[in-house]
Ligand binder design. Structure first.
Ligand SMILES: Cc1cc2nc3c(=O)[nH]c(=O)nc-3n(C[C@H](O)[C@H](O)[C@H](O)COP(=O)(O)O)c2cc1C
Length: 197
């Protein structure tokens, strides 16, 4: 049976972890990015469809490419992050189903041509994988600064010109500057957000 994680682990993932708006001068290595992916990829998706795709901007030149598409309040915190990840999803994820569900040869055809099912499945599962991304990053000791304040179409044209991938959100990664966090905002209590039936 699984045991509950200890408080220190829960703190690192949830209670003490924050969304950062500024960064300390500490690098993020490619090895850390690989480790982050190796963890997050294990999170569940429907039909094991794994639609999320990730672009890591590590260089000033890479980050400059996203700059014109950012909302003004997100420019500085994005350009100063050691790494900026674009969390995207593949609108042709179903073409990969023979690899991902090898014992079900019918799954590709279940999706092909059904735009509504493709869109909802790609966005739902791509977003879930974005959540796994945040928690995996925190789990390996990185801080996150997730952002949706950018022009998705512009980012898609710049980074995914063939139209197959769509950007969902972006996320700064590094060691967060404790001076950069806002006051913690309230969350709903159990009674406000949950129903026991
Ligand atoms: C998907 C997503 C998009 C966000 N977009 C922005 C953004 O564009 N700009 C920004 O300053 N913060 C953004 N945030 C940060 C949220 O405001 C922050 O996570 C929330 O207030 C909780 O803060 P905390 O984690 O420090 O408690 C975003 C967070 C998420 C998860």
């Amino acid at each position: 049976m699984n045991a509950e994680l200890d408080q220190a682990a829960l703190d690192q993932l949830f209670f003490v972890a924050r969304s950062y708006n500024g960064w300390l001068d500490a690098p993020v290595t490619d090895e850390q990015l690989r480790r982050l992916y190796e963890i997050l990829k294990m999170g569940p998706t429907s039909f094991n469809c794994c639609p999320a795709r990730f672009v890591f901007l590590r260089t000033p030149e890479g980050k400059e490419r996203i700059k014109p598409h950012l909302r003004p309040n997100n420019v500085k915190k994005t350009l100063t992050a050691p790494v900026v990840a674009i969390i995207a999803y593949d609108m042709e994820f179903y073409e990969e189903m023979p690899k991902l569900v090898p014992y079900r040869s019918d799954v590709r055809d279940l999706f092909a041509g059904n735009e509504a099912l493709i869109t909802s499945t790609a966005f739902r599962n791509g977003t879930l994988q974005g959540g796994y991304f945040l928690l995996a990053a925190r789990g390996i000791g990185l801080d996150c600064g997730p952002m949706s304040g950018f022009h998705n179409q512009g980012v898609d044209q710049e980074f995914f010109p063939d139209g197959r991938f769509k950007s969902n959100f972006i996320c700064g990664l590094g060691q967060g500057d404790p001076e950069s966090i806002f006051d913690r905002l309230p969350r709903f209590d159990f009674e406000e957000a949950c129903t026991l039936l």
